[in-house]
Structures are given as C-alpha cells and as structure tokens.
Design a protein around this ligand. Structure first.
Ligand code: FAD
Ligand code: DLZ
Ligand code: SF4
Length: 517
C-alpha cells in the first residue's frame, strides 16, 4: 500500500515536507482542482487561471521526474468539489496505508484537514509548513504577553535567526531599518525596466478557457495574463528583478504613477505564495546584490524586511489570532463597500487607477493597497468583512493568512491597534506627495471642503472626529486633536458636512460580486 500525498494549490514546492525523503515507488501524489476552493470567494479570473495552470505544470513536472501523480481536474465527471471529498475518492482508488499532508495555509482548510483522521481508516499525518521561517510555536513564544506586536521587533529576531544582513551579530550598516531613505516621490520621469511577461502556453490557455467558461461572472480581466506559472519562469522573473529593478526598489517603494502598474516592485508575491520561489533564497540573493555593490543597502534591507519581516509576521499573526481575527471590528465600521471598488467608476483618479490595475492585473502594489484603497475603506468606515472579501477575491497573490492581517490589522485598525500602533489614516496630501494622481483629478487636493474638494480631506477629519474616544489617548495620533480643536466650530462643521454629503452619495456594491449567494 502506498502513501497518499495530497498537495494543495499553494504548496507547489518540490521540497515540501510531505515529499522530502519519500520513495517515488511508494507514493501517490494527489492534486485537486475543486469547486469549493475556486469559489469560497469569487476570485479574480486571473487568480483561478494562475493556480490551475501552476498546479497542472507542477503535476507534469513531477510526473516527468518519475513520481506517480493523480491529478483531478475541475471538470472530471465525479469531482466531488471539495478537498475532503477528493481525498475520500483517492483513498478508494489507491487504498493508501497513510496520508501525508502539509498543514493548509488557511484556517478554514486546516479545520477540514484535521477531520481526516476520523474520516479515513488509514493513518493521517499533518506536517508543519516549514517553507516559512517562523513556526507557529515560535511566533507564540514571541507574542505571548506583549500588548503591541510591533513588527519591527519581530523582524530583528528574524534577522538574527537567519543571519541576513548581520555582521558580527550587529545589523549591517549599523541600523536595522533604512526606511527613511525609502520615501522618494515620483518625479514624473520614472522609467522602470518592464518586468518579463510570460506568454500563456497551451496549458495556461486551457486554464484561461476553463475559467472563462466556468467563472464568467467573477471579477477581473484575463486579457493581460502574464504570470509565471512554473518555477523556471518564476526564477526568470526573480533574475530580472535582481538585475534591473532592485536598485530603485527601496527609494520608490511608496511611489505611485498613473498607469504604471509595476514600478520597481518585484512582482514576485504570486510565485512566492504558490511555493514556486523560496522566500529565504530570495532574501539571500538580495543580500548578495548588496555585497556585490549592485544594490544599495536601503533597497536590499527594505526588500528583506518585507519578506522575513512583514510576510512572516502576518502569517504568525493570522494563526495567533484566528478564528477571532476575522470578526474583529474595533472601530465598529458598518458601511457597505461602494460599488466602485468593483467597477472603478469614480471621479477619484487615484481610486479609479488602483481599481483598474486590480481588474487588469489581479495586482496592485503595496502602497496602492494600503494608502489609497485601504485608506479610503478606513476613513469611510467600511465593514471589515466586506473589505476582507474584496481583498481576498481580487488579488492573484491573496490567501487568507496574508490578506486578513493586512486588512484587519494594517488598513482598518479593526484589531484595535495590535498590529499597527496607529491607524494608517491620511488626507489627500499624502497621496498627492507620493503620486501623480492628483494632477489630472476632477477633485482638487488643495480644496478642503465643499464641492470639488478632494474627498480624502473631509473624510480624514470625519474619521478623526468620530473616533475621538478611541484615538485621543494614542500617543502617535492623539496630538492631531489639538489641530482639530483649533479649527473652530464653523470649520469643523464644514468638514463634517462635506464628508457626510460625500458618504451619502456612495452607491453600495450590488450583491453577488464577492460571494455566491
Ligand atoms: P514587493 O513590493 O516587491 O515586496 C516583496 C515581497 O514582500 C512581496 O512579494 C511579499 O511577499 C512581501 N510583502 C510585502 N509587503 C507585505 C505585507 N504587508 N504582508 C505580507 N507580505 C508582504 N500580499 C500578498 O502576498 N497577498 C495578499 O493577499 C496581500 N494582501 C494585502 C492586503 C492589504 C490591505 C495590504 C496593504 C497589503 C497586502 N499584501 C498582500 C502585501 C503587499 O501589498 C503585496 O505582497 C505586494 O504588493 C506584492 O507585490 P510584489 O511582489 O511586487 O511586492
Ligand atoms: C485559491 C485556490 C483555488 C482558486 N483553487 C484551488 C483548487 O482548485 N485546488 C487547490 O488545491 N487549491 C486551490 N486554491 C488554493 C487553496 O485555496 C489553498 O491551498 C488553501 O486555501 C490553503 O489553505
Ligand atoms: Fe485622489 Fe484626492 Fe488626489 Fe483626486 S485629488 S487623485 S481623489 S487624492
């Protein structure tokens, strides 16, 4: 009897814990395209096509390397639609002596996996996902007893653990963090080298066709599909980033330019999250670029911090606070998500461009997700569950373990300030400083209230005013109340009335964009 090794769609790694050391003639690998995973939110069309194509390529590579692979397609006649149902059918087919699986990245799926020992007659072993640097226990040891889980301190532990950018036990260059050098505004002449685009091959074209047929009403366009779908392609994408874009990655990481969707970002998150690229290896390559004088320390440290800092941290955070995290709503935000998050139809030029990139590419870069789309959701008081659904559905790199802490903790402050020490709230001024959006906008960023004023301006003060009870004692934002009080009642009333007029004008998203009813 063989060992059955189910591999989930974001576990496409040849060195996966469940495969390591296994004999090929004693193993059946199972990959499953299932309806439940494709529809638990209505994922962007590119996201489904990407995952199916990467799974099919991975299965073909494993088979070519001599593994026995059982691949279930979405359209197979008896496909039960769920991981558990497909493992049950595979148990019938192969009569395994045991099932070896790596723990799922998402709570929902891990719950299902943990029922397998009761459901199946054979042994079931669930392996920890050691593609992450920090185990759940390690994160718990670090987090227990702290009021604020400040990422920066977690990150320093990861630097020490990995030895990345460390010299004789001290941070390279003398400081842990060079973010203050990473806030260049775009000057209008940015000319980042284009990232490699991967022309869909026959397998990807089949997946695109399948998605068009089966998920026609999901959000997003398939036209520009160009994601890496194999490890080799992902390596090519990484090579191009390290050769051409990492140098400017740091300085321009917070910049936004209308119509320029990638700038100097690595665009590697889809490949890392699928398991095609190893995060530690990427960080080692980044460090090498610095040691070889091919990239400055601020760029390299910034890149490494995003990966061994933020990425590891949000994953630890997710598992530490689930299942409670998804229900957090510390600011009692109740407003419905506006329809323009799906259609892009708004006169706010910044929002429209970020939604356009999201629709065309299943991607928007970090500062667009945080300071435009996220900032708006925060200021307007959008219901965190609806914001979570949106972010989970629309990005090709979105899995709940990474999406949820970013939404609940980073953008919405819905965790009450555990992840972020203050809300990332900003008026139009910030967006104007970091982008070229405002120049062509129907709204005026310098106008504070009334017709034609940038909506972020009154919304900012409306937010500050309505959360006074929670924010005034916060030492990082509390001082802003002195400015608010100094304005005087008439000006305050103008701000509040402008914000309310704008909020009343929002059309809530029509039903059915994010979830099947
Ligand atoms: P780069 O700018 O090149 O950064 C390098 C890498 O660092 C990324 O590939 C990613 O692996 C990691 N990284 C950077 N920031 C974060 C972060 N905040 N959290 C975790 N990892 C990070 N990233 C996802 O992978 N999936 C998501 O579902 C996701 N949802 C997000 C939701 C919100 C509200 C916000 C503010 C951020 C979210 N991010 C998410 C983080 C970040 O926006 C993306 O990782 C990044 O835009 C991907 O593009 P890139 O590969 O070019 O990143
Ligand atoms: C996101 C996704 C989609 C769209 N489809 C599948 C699928 O059909 N089969 C699969 O194995 N995985 C898919 N995934 C990724 C899973 O949702 C992901 O592995 C889990 O959420 C991790 O817990
Ligand atoms: Fe966005 Fe306001 Fe600038 Fe328009 S003026 S692009 S709404 S920040």
């Amino acid at each position: 009897k063989p060992i059955l090794v189910p591999i989930l769609g974001d576990q496409l790694t040849r060195t996966l814990a469940s495969l390591r050391g296994r004999a090929k003639d004693d193993t059946v690998i199972l990959l499953m395209e299932v309806w439940d995973e494709a529809t638990y939110v209505k994922h962007h069309k590119q996201k489904i096509a990407l995952i199916f194509s990467a799974m099919r390529h991975f299965a073909a590579e494993l088979a070519a390397a001599g593994w026995n692979v059982d691949y279930v397609r979405l359209t197979d006649a008896d496909n039960s639609g769920s991981f558990t149902g497909e493992v049950a059918r595979a148990v019938e087919r192969h009569d395994p002596r045991a099932i070896h699986v790596v723990g799922a990245g998402e709570w929902r799926v891990l719950q299902a996996l943990e029922e397998w020992p009761d459901k199946f007659a054979c042994d079931v072993e669930i392996f920890p996902d050691d593609r992450f640097l920090c185990s759940h226990d390690e994160f718990r040891d670090w987090a227990d007893g702290r009021d604020h889980l400040t990422m920066e301190y977690f990150y320093r532990e990861m630097r020490k653990k990995t030895g990345l950018l460390m010299d004789d036990g001290k941070p390279t260059g003398g400081e842990w963090n060079y973010d203050k050098r990473n806030r260049e505004s775009p000057d209008g002449d940015l000319a980042p080298p284009p990232r490699p685009l991967f022309e869909p091959d026959e397998i990807t074209r089949d997946c695109i066709k399948l998605v068009e047929e089966k998920f026609p009403d999901h959000f997003g366009s398939l036209e520009k599909f160009a994601w890496p779908v194999t490890r080799a392609e992902a390596e090519q994408a990484a090579d191009a980033f390290f050769a051409e874009r990492i140098e400017q990655f740091g300085p321009y990481q917070d910049a936004m330019v209308h119509g320029q969707d990638d700038l100097y970002h690595s665009m590697l998150s889809t490949s890392i999250n699928l398991g095609l690229l190893d995060p530690l290896e990427l960080c080692q390559r980044a460090e090498q670029a610095y040691r070889d004088s091919k990239a400055p320390l601020n760029s390299v440290e910034g890149f490494i911090r995003q990966i061994i800092g933020w990425r590891e941290y949000v994953r630890g955070f997710y598992w530490y606070f689930m299942p409670d995290l998804e229900r957090r709503n510390a600011l009692n935000a109740q407003r419905s998500l506006p329809e323009f998050y799906w259609t892009g139809e708004t006169d706010m030029r910044c929002m429209a461009d970020c939604v356009r990139s999201t629709r065309d590419n299943a991607h928007a870069h970090h500062i667009q997700r945080l300071m435009v789309l996220g900032n708006f959701a925060l200021l307007a008081g959008i219901d965190p569950r609806q914001v979570q659904d949106w972010y989970l559905a629309v990005y090709a790199d979105a899995y709940e373990w990474v999406e949820m802490p970013n939404v609940v903790g980073m953008i919405l402050y819905a965790d009450g300030g555990i992840l972020a020490t203050k809300p990332y709230a900003a008026s139009g001024n910030y967006i104007n400083k970091m982008s070229d959006y405002c120049k062509g906008c129907r709204y005026s960023v310098s106008k504070k209230t009334g017709d034609g004023a940038c909506p972020f301006n009154p919304l900012y003060w409306h937010f500050i005013h309505r959360h006074r009870d929670k924010l005034e004692s916060n030492h990082r934002i509390g001082r802003i109340y002195a400015n608010w009080d100094r304005m005087g009642e008439a000006k305050q009333r103008e701000y509040l009335a402008s914000a309310e007029k704008f909020l009343d004008s929002l059309t809530p998203a029509s039903k059915g964009w994010a979830r099947y009813s």
